[in-house]
Design a binder for this molecule. Structure first.
Ligand code: E4P
Length: 221
């Protein structure tokens, strides 16, 4: 399972990329607003310069008609053609714009997906990625991870090429569950990446090895 960072925070993307474990980035209007960015294009270009060559960056449209969504998507695509994946909502207008963008060779990530039927429609419309929102379903008492499993099963029945991004990830256990199911990607906040890595026994072990080495008087030169 690949890992995308779900953030518009440049410092976090830099730190994640330096670890060599970030395969892409997803942004959304709320994440961009949270960072106080005023120029979306410059943010996308900065991200493209940090992450591995060709790694996908999901850039979300905020328009509400298919024609405008497709036009925005084509414009965003030019900002970083190797990286930009246009993020569109799973709505009738979004499906129509997805078909148009897919037909012109632009990858789409269908977002705000909350049902298996929506994911089926996204695949039929030619979406390269679909993003079921696990955490937001959990928040209202549904089983978000069960949706990821349903989508993976349905796509595999018909050999759809659309990749499943487990999104709205809230904690490290979501990552383990998504990976067990075979989700193609999980898009995670930077905090969850830190939580995935952290283990007290690793910290204690590092400390002990360093202390023992110091007292041993041994050389590694
Ligand atoms: C996905 O691409 C979205 O940006 C994201 O995962 C939404 O997560 P949230 O529910 O934490 O806002």
């Amino acid at each position: 399972m690949k890992l995308f960072l779900d953030t518009a925070n440049i410092a976090e993307i830099r730190k994640g990329a330096a670890m060599g474990v970030v395969h892409g980035v997803t942004t959304n209007p709320s994440l961009v607003a949270k960072e106080g960015h005023k120029d979306y294009q410059s943010v996308v270009r900065q991200i493209a310069a940090i992450i591995p060559a060709g790694a996908p960056i999901s850039v979300e449209v905020v328009s509400d008609t298919a024609a405008q969504m497709a036009a925005d998507g084509k414009r965003f695509f030019k900002w970083a053609p190797e990286n930009v994946v246009v993020k569109l909502p799973t709505s009738a207008e979004g499906l129509q714009a997805t078909r148009e963008l897919a037909d012109s060779g632009i990858r789409v990530n269908m977002t705000l997906c909350f049902s298996a039927n929506q994911a089926l429609l996204a695949a039929h419309a030619g979406a390269a990625f679909v993003s079921p929102f696990v955490g937001r379903l959990d928040d209202i008492g549904h089983d978000g991870m069960a949706l990821v499993k349903d989508i993976l099963d349905i796509y595999s029945n018909y050999e759809f090429k659309t990749e499943v991004i487990a999104a709205s990830i809230r904690h490290p256990l979501h990552c383990v569950q998504a990976a067990r199911m075979g989700a193609h990607i999980a898009t995670i906040p930077y905090k969850v990446l830190e939580q995935m890595l952290k283990h007290p026994l690793t910290d204690i072990g590092i400390e002990r090895f360093l202390a023992d080495w110091k007292t041993s008087g041994a050389s590694n030169q």
